[in-house]
Design a protein around this ligand. Structure first.
Ligand code: PLP
Length: 416
């Protein structure tokens, strides 16, 4: 097979034309700052789309998460329960505010926070008052269960919907399922401003605070009056122009991503793999990234250190490292799944809780799912999924032919 002439990407921005018009409008009217019509329009549009009263446009999803942590009121030295299998931006803002992240293991049904492990975490750290949940790769987490547990313990839920914009859970948009929601317009997300983010809330008080903090916490006074610490986190009106041009295409992008997911599912149906799972009775994902995990029985031997991976070839078997190498040799971009936070050297000292309790007591980072619990499943589910999983090329501009070739390449790794 020949290499792809043009690289096939994991997920890149897809522009449609109006983005430039709205950027130029900002330029022509000289609203080249952090206020202007584009910002006002997108805040209203998202509040309407997501179904919340207020949407505050910010510089990034990470800044939205940071201000969400301040709204949640985390104090120095306090524990915060966080999804373990996620991108570091979910967790870093906890640390910015002096909180201590406690990583909650994943479950196999959605790869998100395991409610059973969350309940265990409240047994271990009963005074915890904040939970940060993520909807990984656009699949909503088990929100009803998580909400019930959080409610029982009086905990506040910050929802990181950076990857799941447009996904719904029981008919409600992600970003509106917790106490405060955060979305992202980073360049690889389902729609993009090149950068940007938003905080979503139904509380005027929260929205006002976030607006104020994001613009250096200026008080209402004739001079620069400061009574709190502020941030320069507001979105630019030029960036908002890009987001504005993308909004009408959100559903189209989701539909394209869904087609990609379903083609993979069909193309791999006789392989010993599973696509990133969800329960269609409770949620509609946005299919942001198509991912798969290889069945344990079909895994060849693979070893990962902090910076490298090795594997030994075995007929009929493969592993993420081999598939990614082979894809790359054809000029296609895949990626390992997000490495769980409890396996990150930076977070080696922070607690990790599985469905059996303290995960630090029973695992080390490189067990690769090897240690089995009394329920017959790996004790550390996050590291198991990580060791066997990959993100497939999921760019919505991929042609049918491109995707068929990706499918062929992946199949060849299994000797098919
Ligand atoms: C992208 C992402 C973020 C951060 O968003 P930025 O806009 O890049 O700051 C946060 N959480 C998750 C899960 C993400 O994927």
């Amino acid at each position: 097979m020949e290499k792809f002439k043009e690289k096939v990407w994991l997920s890149t921005p897809t522009m449609h034309g109006d983005e430039l018009k709205y950027m130029k409008e900002a330029f022509d009217t000289n609203w080249m700052s952090t206020s202007g019509e584009n910002i006002a329009v997108i805040e209203e549009a998202f509040a309407k789309r997501i179904g919340c009263k207020y949407a505050v446009a910010l510089a990034t999803g990470t800044s939205a998460l940071h201000l969400a942590m301040k709204i949640a009121g985390v104090k120095r030295g306090e524990y915060v329960f966080c999804s373990d299998m996620t991108f570091a931006a979910t967790v870093n803002p906890v640390v910015y505010e002096g909180g201590i992240p406690v990583f909650i293991d994943s479950e196999y049904d959605t790869w998100n926070m395991d409610p059973v492990a969350l309940e265990k975490a409240f047994e271990l750290y009963p005074n915890t008052k904040i939970v940060v949940v993520v909807h990984l790769y656009g699949v909503p987490c088990k929100m009803d269960e998580i909400k019930a547990i959080a409610k029982k313990h009086g905990a506040f839920i910050v929802e990181d919907a950076a990857e799941s914009l447009g996904a719904t859970y029981k008919g409600v948009e992600t970003g509106m399922l917790g106490d405060v929601g955060c979305i992202s317009f980073n360049g690889n997300k389902i729609i993009t401003g090149s950068s940007g983010g938003m905080l979503l809330t139904n509380s005027k008080e929260v929205a006002d605070k976030v607006r104020k903090w994001s613009t250096q916490a200026r008080e209402a006074a004739p001079w620069y009056q400061h009574e709190e610490i502020g941030y320069n986190y507001r979105m630019s009106n030029v960036i908002a122009g890009v987001v504005r041009g993308q909004i009408p295409y959100l559903d189209e992008h989701i539909a394209q991503k869904k087609v990609i997911y379903e083609r993979y599912k069909e193309g791999f149906k006789d392989l010993p793999i599973q696509m990133n799972p969800f329960d269609e009775r409770v949620c509609v994902p946005n299919y942001w990234l198509s991912c798969m995990v290889i069945d344990q029985e079909a895994m060849c031997k693979q070893v990962r250190s902090d910076h490298e991976a090795l594997y030994s070839k075995e007929p009929g078997k493969t592993c993420p490292t081999e598939i990614l190498e082979v894809l790359a040799s054809y000029n296609a971009e895949g990626r390992p799944l997000w490495k769980p936070m409890h396996m990150q050297p930076k977070f080696a000292k922070q607690p990790f809780v599985t469905r059996f309790g303290n995960g630090r007591a029973l695992t080390n980072a490189y067990m690769d799912g090897g240690l089995i619990g009394n329920d017959g499943l790996p004790m550390d589910i996050g590291s198991d999924i990580f060791s066997r999983g990959i993100c497939l090329p999921s760019d919505n501009k991929m042609s049918l032919e491109d995707q068929n070739r990706v499918i062929e390449i992946v199949r060849s790794c299994f000797g098919k």
